[in-house]
Design a protein around this ligand. Structure first.
Ligand SMILES: CC(C)(COP(=O)(O)OP(=O)(O)OC[C@H]1O[C@@H](n2cnc3c(N)ncnc32)[C@H](O)[C@@H]1OP(=O)(O)O)[C@@H](O)C(=O)NCCC(=O)NCCSC(=O)C[C@H](O)C(=O)O
Ligand SMILES: [Mg+2]
Length: 289
């Protein structure tokens, strides 16, 4: 069984929306972010926390990873969110607007103290200019931290930038986080696409995210799940090619060679490493049926 975890589609849902929390049990998303932060009004924070706690305890989400986005630890709700959710066995707690490594360290200590199992990791939202500038320090700070999530809406606001089709205003920030995330072995997820009616624009944005190196995309509506799953899954052609070069390279190695030509293309170790990653991801997706 592969240890690769597909995270092609990661769907946010407001914790105050009981219908959405329930419906998510049947959606083909790889992961769900149950939100206590920006999608929940101050008046509903407590209701949302209780509903999310109940949903995590009740389960029934199958292969879908459960991530709870808590409020910032510097808000009136953050620490209470963390203490309430930590012991329940969610896959991760997502910290919003992370700007320094100390925030992650503080959350990691609070998780231990609240009795979280080792299985519950920390994810960090990268969505402020200071956070982006410190991406490498943040990525390196704690073994509990396993994923960066781009918060492109907050970032666009803070940069006084615009949402544009090619996302040129975002590329520096996306690139810095990708570099930091990959350098320290984190998963890294692209930001949301806000126009639910623009299906073509959404697909373009997924393709751009894939080409930049993201593992998957964060989503705001069930209609975005299947298109994201399709774009971020290896294609049949990619899988067949990957299997072919793995086999050809193994044969070459058995003959004492370090490189091989497959269909006229030079194949080295680095291509085979990538091919193994592709095959592992494809196998993990296939195992979901
Ligand atoms: C955008 C929405 C408010 C639209 O909701 P609604 O009008 O209910 O949509 P539909 O009628 O089309 O819904 C059809 C059915 O699907 C369910 N549904 C809708 N959205 C979700 C969801 N996100 N998860 C699960 N299920 C969902 C509805 O209940 C309907 O079900 P049924 O009754 O069976 O027909 C809504 O989609 C929504 O709230 N989306 C999430 C918004 C959100 O969480 N935003 C915060 C995260 S984004 C962010 O903060 C990014 C970051 O921080 C940054 O800075 O960039
Ligand atoms: Mg945000």
């Amino acid at each position: 069984m592969s240890s690769v975890r597909p995270r092609r589609s990661v769907l946010y849902m407001p914790g105050a929306n009981a219908r959405a929390l329930d419906k998510a049990r049947t959606l083909p998303a790889d992961a769900l972010i149950l939100d206590l932060e920006d999608a929940v009004s101050p008046d509903s924070k407590e209701l949302a926390r209780n509903q999310i706690a109940e949903a995590v305890k009740t389960g029934g989400y199958g292969y879908r990873e459960l991530i709870v986005r808590i409020n910032g630890l510097d808000t009136p709700w953050g620490l209470a969110d963390l203490k309430a959710i930590a012991p329940l066995g969610a896959d991760a707690i997502l910290l919003p607007k992370v700007e320094d490594p100390a925030t992650v360290s503080k959350a990691a200590i609070a998780l231990e103290q609240a009795g979280a199992s080792a299985k519950t990791t920390l994810w960090a939202m990268m969505e402020t200019p200071l956070g982006i500038l410190r991406a490498a320090e943040i990525a390196a700070v704690s073994k509990r931290l396993t994923c960066f999530v781009m918060g492109t809406s907050d970032l666009t606001k803070d940069l006084h930038a615009r949402h544009t089709p090619l996302r040129l205003p975002m590329l520096t920030s996306l690139g810095l986080c990708l570099l930091a995330g990959r350098a320290y072995g984190l998963t890294i997820l692209d930001g949301v696409y806000l126009d639910l009616k623009d299906e073509a624009g959404f697909e373009e944005s997924c393709i751009q995210g894939l080409e930049l190196g993201f593992d998957g995309k964060t989503l705001i509506h069930p209609s975005q799940v299947e298109p994201a799953n399709k774009v971020f899954a290896p294609s049949e052609g990619e899988i067949a090619w990957s299997r072919k070069i793995i086999e050809a390279f193994a044969e070459a190695e058995a003959q004492g060679k370090g490189v091989v030509l497959v269909d006229g293309k030079l194949i080295e170790n680095l291509h085979v490493d990538n091919a193994r990653r592709v095959v592992a991801l494809a196998d993990a997706i296939a195992a979901r049926g």
